[in-house]
Design a protein around this ligand. Structure first.
Ligand code: PPS
Length: 567
């Protein structure tokens, strides 16, 4: 029998005890878990992070950070900590229980707080992720998202976090162990992934399993992956299509609600321990496993084989055998995949890089069948249509009276004439009437106004529409925040309507500049309140030398150039 198939300890109490504890926990201080903490808690409770019995204590944390080991010497590479706000921490004493709730307020677990401390986050970043550089997603999280205080202690699990999606595809470690026992799978190779699978992946995983004379578990991460990754809904639909390509009863798939840290070598060891807990015996580790991308100097955080090296060093302790990830390429003459090291001499090798694939998807170009399965390509195209069918936002900014609204209106009409996508105009005055009627012109209120516009525009963009915004938006930092929010879903085109203050004041269409000069309107942009001139807008329009139609046409040309509208 596979030694990794016996049941492992979970942290849940019985259903009846959980009901009782939930009832009593109403009076306890409660912490609303962040999405990442919910992922961590789920794997703590279901044994995915076995042998951890809760969030790390200070002694465990210190040894994990410095030596990749718990205080008792057990191998554990990743700090699993409960970070909280300073204010919440002030109200919590060690020795006390706190309720841990999901985002809807359901109590998932009770934490018996044994430790409370303020970590040295820069040291944690250096030791665990190799650099205190916020270009690393986990280091950014550590400094800019995680709270300043850590709470540690044992967990009493009351219920699993609730998932409404792909329920039949989610398994606890014990459920997978039971499945492997039932199927008689003595050896199981796990494949970790956060990307859609193409033919090369299918070939390499199938080969890896064959070489290890084992069955295969496709074990994709659906918790939190690298910002910018294909969403897990799309990926799972893609995986289901690929699953049909394996010989039946050799392979299964299960979804893992892990929050990845992109921690390279340490993450590989951590992934191995998690897979062992899920009943696997082998684990595929590739080049740059769980790599975070480039650091702020444009260099790789880790060497390409650091993860494999660290894994191999600890293989016995992890209790899983590492399987090398072979770089598979397509050999045209043979019409099949080969590991790059085994390509017959003189053969024509075909490969498509990730960047090239994204370009082809963005531009709606052909993706050959030798590269990916048609169903996978269809799913990816459904989620990421070519740019000319994606949503986007045109964000005009400029002084009052600069001509933003007039140009925005002309642009809207031109886009509607072209048709194809719904167009919404979020003009400054209109927004202030319908969305922000209670707001004035203080810095705080202007920020709130622009963020509301940004939120609505991001939703429109996400849903494939065109948002045209035309507020003054005087502050660069707020414009940047709006850009970041929208760029998650589609293109953001900043257009500076660069009419000079003198010209705006000369036109004074609404008579406001006169009132501002007389001091009758306070905090007036350009007169008594600042306007940060955009440094790198996608387009700058001079209205003093061209008419409205021409200004709107300049935007159309830019949109064509960016591939956002068909030429
Ligand atoms: S902001 O700063 O982006 O929130 O401003 P916005 O929502 O675009 O609103 C600008 C319109 O409000 C009128 N108005 C003022 N503008 C600037 N400063 C002050 N103090 C002010 N008070 C009223 C003005 O008509 C602006 O309209 P536009 O269309 O820009 O001329």
């Amino acid at each position: 029998m596979n030694p990794n198939n016996a049941p492992i300890p979970e942290l849940y109490v019985s259903y009846d005890s959980a009901q009782k504890l939930k009832h009593e926990a109403g009076d306890l201080p409660s912490w609303d878990l962040s999405p990442r903490q919910i992922c961590d808690l789920e794997l703590l409770m279901n044994g995915g992070f076995n042998p951890l019995k809760g969030f790390l204590t200070e002694a465990d944390y210190n040894n994990v950070v410095d030596n990749m080991r718990l205080a008792d010497g057990t191998l554990w590479p990743m700090p699993i900590t409960l970070d909280v706000s300073g204010k919440f921490a002030e109200g919590v004493e060690t020795g006390q229980d706190i309720a841990l709730r999901d985002q809807e307020g359901v109590i998932l677990a009770i934490l018996s707080v044994s430790d409370k401390w303020t970590p040295d986050k820069s040291h944690e970043a250096e030791a665990v992720f190799g650099a205190d550089d916020i270009a690393h997603p986990a280091v950014n999280y550590l400094h800019n998202v995680a709270g300043p205080v850590y709470l540690g202690g044992a967990i009493t699990g009351l219920q699993q976090p609730i998932h409404y999606d792909f329920r039949a595809r989610r398994d606890t470690p014990n459920e997978l162990r039971a499945l492997f026992r039932k199927l008689g799978w003595r050896k199981v190779v796990a494949f970790q992934t956060r990307n859609p699978l193409h033919r090369a992946h299918q070939e390499l995983t199938f080969r890896a399993a064959r070489e290890a004379q084992a069955n295969l578990l496709i074990h994709p991460v659906v918790g939190m992956t690298k910002p910018g990754d294909v969403d897990h809904f799309t990926r799972v639909r893609c995986y289901e299509a690929v699953l049909d390509q394996y010989p039946s009863s050799t392979t299964t798939m299960s979804l893992l609600n892990l929050a990845m840290r992109m921690g390279g070598p340490r993450e590989a060891v951590w992934h191995g321990l998690i897979r062992k807990n899920h009943g696997c015996t082998h684990f595929i580790v590739g080049r740059d496993h769980a790599g975070p991308g480039k650091n702020s100097k444009g260099e790789d955080f880790y060497g390409p084989y650091d993860a494999q090296d660290l894994f191999k060093t600890h293989q016995d302790e992890i209790g899983l055998e590492m399987v090398d990830f072979k770089h598979m390429v397509y050999v045209q003459e043979k019409a099949q995949y080969y590991p790059i090291s085994e390509v017959p001499e003189g053969a024509t090798v075909l490969d498509i890089s990730g960047t090239e694939l994204r370009r082809r998807l963005a531009e709606g170009l052909e993706i050959p069948e030798w590269f990916s399965f048609p169903q996978v390509v269809a799913e990816l195209r459904r989620t990421r249509p070519p740019r000319s069918r994606q949503g986007f936002t045109v964000f005009f900014t400029g002084l009052s009276g600069s001509g933003k609204s007039t140009i925005a209106n002309a642009l809207m009409v031109k886009l509607m004439e072209m048709g194809g996508r719904p167009v919404t105009l979020l003009d400054g005055d209109v927004v202030r009437k319908n969305l922000s009627s209670e707001l004035g012109f203080s810095k705080e209120h202007r920020d709130l106004n622009i963020r509301r516009i940004g939120y609505v525009a991001s939703e429109i963009t996400k849903n494939g529409g065109i948002a045209i915004c035309a507020p003054i938006a005087p502050y660069a930092t707020t414009r940047r925040a709006v850009r970041e929010e929208i760029e998650q879903y589609g293109a953001f085109l900043e257009v500076h309507v660069a009419t000079s203050l003198e010209e705006c004041e000369r036109r004074d269409r609404k008579g406001l500049y006169k009132l501002a000069r007389e001091g009758k309107i306070k905090e007036f942009t350009g007169i008594s309140d600042p306007y940060d001139v955009p440094e790198n807008p996608e387009l700058r329009i001079e209205t003093e030398s061209s008419d409205v139609d021409n200004c709107a046409h300049q935007v159309i040309l830019k949109l064509e150039q960016l591939g956002l509208i068909a030429g």
